[in-house]
Design a protein around this ligand. Structure first.
Ligand SMILES: CC(C)(COP(=O)(O)OP(=O)(O)OC[C@H]1O[C@@H](n2cnc3c(N)ncnc32)[C@H](O)[C@@H]1OP(=O)(O)O)[C@@H](O)C(=O)NCCC(=O)NCCS
Length: 193
């Protein structure tokens, strides 16, 4: 049973949902992304931060993300406003043995925009990009307490392959982490399902 997740708002046909890659920010987008991030961290986070960084630190962080060649930033918009994001992280160029696999990190939707299907759409967008970039596998990991995310990823076919007993330390509490992988293309010799 999900106990820590908010009730789902009504799906409204008037809401316009959009997920896309973002390569530069205008002031409104950067402001909205920082607001969404702060709100999600305050709500319990789940993507690294435990306490909300200040606005300047967040802006510097997101401007930095756009400069890292291994990172691709995707955003989710509700009625035009950025309300969440996710990173696709490519393997480092020296890691030839794992060049087939990318990672999705730091996925979140702000609490005020949840329940509209944006996280599902965001995940599918990241998968599509990864597949088109030639990656065969997408990896991700979540805290055991992120029950909505766990349900989402399992419903999208991610398979849990491992548990890290000491994954996160949140206000003195040790939290387990679950590691997931999804094959994006059939292995050579396997037929597509
Ligand atoms: C997990 C999270 C991204 C879901 O965002 P969302 O936009 O509300 O999710 P969606 O509306 O796309 O829902 C997709 C699926 O997620 C699951 N889900 C979402 N909200 C849920 C809830 N309150 N209870 C149970 N399952 C839920 C369901 O499987 C849902 O599918 P359904 O609508 O067919 O039942 C959001 O709750 C969040 O940001 N949580 C904190 C950060 C986090 O956990 N990030 C992921 C790992 S780092």
């Amino acid at each position: 049973m999900i106990t820590d997740a908010p009730p789902k708002p009504e799906q409204s046909p008037d809401n316009v949902l959009l997920v896309e890659r973002i390569e530069r920010f205008n002031d409104d987008d950067l402001h909205a992304l920082c607001e969404a991030t702060s709100a999600a961290v305050l709500d319990g986070g789940g993507f690294g931060w435990v306490t909300t960084p200040g606005r300047r630190a967040l802006e510097t962080y997101y401007r930095g993300v756009l400069l890292v060649p291994e990172r691709v930033l995707f955003v989710a918009r509700l009625n035009g406003e950025i309300v969440g994001s996710a990173h696709l992280v490519r393997p480092p160029r020296n890691n030839e043995a794992q060049a087939f696999a990318a990672q999705m990190m730091h996925a979140f939707i702000a609490p005020y925009a949840r329940g509209h299907g944006l996280a599902r759409a965001l995940t599918l967008k990241v998968e599509e990009f990864a597949r088109e970039s030639g990656y065969q596998v997408l990896n991700l990991d979540v805290r055991e307490t992120q029950e909505a995310a766990i349900r989402l990823y399992e419903s999208l076919g991610y398979e849990r392959w491992g548990v890290q007993p000491e994954y996160a330390l949140v206000r003195g509490t040790v939290i387990r982490g679950f590691y997931y992988a999804k094959r994006l293309r059939p292995r050579k010799g396997q037929s597509a399902e």
